[in-house]
Design a protein around this ligand. Structure first.
Ligand code: LRH
Ligand code: MN
Length: 432
């Protein structure tokens, strides 16, 4: 493989040296504030670096909409170049050591080369993602009218076999989960029978579930609408929960933050799935209207904090089998995808650390004594705490950058990639 530019550790260390004194000053100030709350900042810094969030392979390329996609410079042209970019993100933030692949977008000629490339970068593979929402060249049957719920058994069988292939690829590269999102649904009343479509879905998922290895999870991802605009088979958490229960222990529900109607109380859905033992994981992003796939924490940071408040509460209260998978799932239409993924991974860590700072005794007391002012105030006290220095220290102490965006920009990584990856793409539209 031709020599390709990667950011050297020495560049990060050099830049950190120049910023260390100011970081220590900020840490000192925050340490005293937290001490007054009986919180040891060193303990929190340790916790901050343990939270890992997987990066979507499809997120390092520029995303688009049905109207247009404005390709950026040095776009990754294959899964290996995507791994280079994912490793660059992890090198700078140290909280994204795993990549979630999408098949067939990332289907390698040769599996072992993919495993070797990841090992070279110190990366692992998170959940596999199947794709029965697009037709591939030469595919016998179209998914235009559905895939796992298509009325024609031959089409369902084709979709089932694709998911089985994703499991086989995943097993070969060390993944431990498969995420199934289907866009199946209808655009007109009467086009599908709701009850029959769900029965077909369950029938297909039972065949996929039977092939899921014992130490794997099967994530069911619900979505209110799009690409179907009248009904979607797995449209909400309730339907997903019912299916996960029907399938078995290893089937769990995956919550993509953008897959709900505006203003839905997603943190309550999270608490329900935790309580029912069916929270499998997340696709973090943000949105204002629909499935906008904007950067996590960029529109509703308080909602992201409230979701982590439920997660930390569950962890601290020792909910059995609680180990949700954290992934980003975003579309970077107007930013450098690497910068957006750097910032988004930091916003996930920020929400987690802020949730760790919640005075849970004070909150429980306010709830017990029906004191909403103190209850909300207790959450807000944690939410408004600027934990940037804790996050920077956690990065610095694990080899990452105190200021990852500054190091990334100073490295000229994107320009190097523009030279290494001459763009072959003309004008296009679509999500990737
Ligand atoms: C569907 C979705 C799903 C992915 C796709 C790229 O909207 O969130 O998780 O397969 O985006
Ligand atoms: Mn998703």
């Amino acid at each position: 493989m031709a020599a390709r530019f990667l950011i050297e550790q020495s560049v990060i260390d050099e830049d950190n040296k120049a910023r260390k004194a100011l970081l220590e000053e900020d840490l000192d100030y925050l340490s005293r504030k937290l001490q007054r709350r009986g919180i040891d900042i060193e303990e929190v810094i340790g916790q901050a670096s343990r939270l890992k969030v997987a990066v979507p392979s499809w997120g390092v390329g520029t995303g688009g909409t049905r109207f247009a996609r404005f390709a950026g410079k040095g776009e990754p042209r294959n899964v290996f170049e995507k791994l280079d970019d994912c490793s660059t993100i992890n090198k700078l933030v140290r909280t994204t050591p795993a990549v979630s692949l999408h098949i067939p977008w990332d289907k390698p000629e040769e599996i072992s080369s993919l495993r070797d490339a990841a090992t070279e970068h110190g990366l692992e593979f998170d959940a596999m993602n199947s794709n029965t929402f697009q037709d591939q060249v030469g595919q016998p049957f179209s998914y235009k009218y559905g895939s796992l719920t298509h009325p024609d058994k031959a089409v369902r069988q084709q979709a089932i076999e694709h998911n089985l292939e994703c499991i086989e690829i995943g097993k070969a590269i060390g993944s431990k989960a498969l995420t199934v999102w289907v866009g199946d649904g209808s655009n007109f009343a009467g086009q599908t029978n709701f009850r029959h479509a769900l029965e077909l879905y369950l029938g297909s998922l039972k065949e996929i579930y039977a092939a899921v290895p014992d130490d794997w999870k099967l994530f069911l991802e619900h979505k209110m609408y799009e690409p179907a605009f009248y009904s979607t088979v797995i449209n909400d958490w309730g339907t997903s929960y019912h299916c996960a229960r029907e399938l078995g222990e290893r089937a769990k529900c995956l919550v993509d933050l953008g897959h709900h109607a505006p203003n839905v109380n997603i943190e309550q859905i999270v608490s329900r799935l935790i309580q029912f033992g069916k929270l499998g994981g997340f696709h973090f992003n943000d949105s204002k209207y629909g499935d906008d796939d904007l950067d996590a924490g960029s529109v509703k940071p308080f909602q992201l904090f409230l979701i982590f408040n439920e997660l930390v509460d569950a962890e601290l209260s020792g909910v059995p089998g609680f180990s949700p998978a954290y992934m980003l799932d975003q579309s970077h239409n107007v930013t450098d995808p690497i910068e957006s993924l750097i910032v988004s991974s930091i916003e996930i860590s920020r929400a987690f650390v802020q949730a760790l700072l919640v005075d849970r005794e004070k909150l429980a007391e306010a709830q017990r004594t029906t004191d909403p002012v103190v209850a909300l105030g207790t959450l807000k006290e944690a939410f408004v705490t600027d934990v940037s220095s804790i996050l920077a220290a956690a990065r610095e102490r694990t080899g990452g950058a105190i200021d990852p965006i500054a190091v990334y920009r100073a490295s000229g990584y994107r320009d190097h990639k523009a030279d290494e990856r001459p763009s072959t793409l003309g004008l296009s539209a679509g999500i990737v």
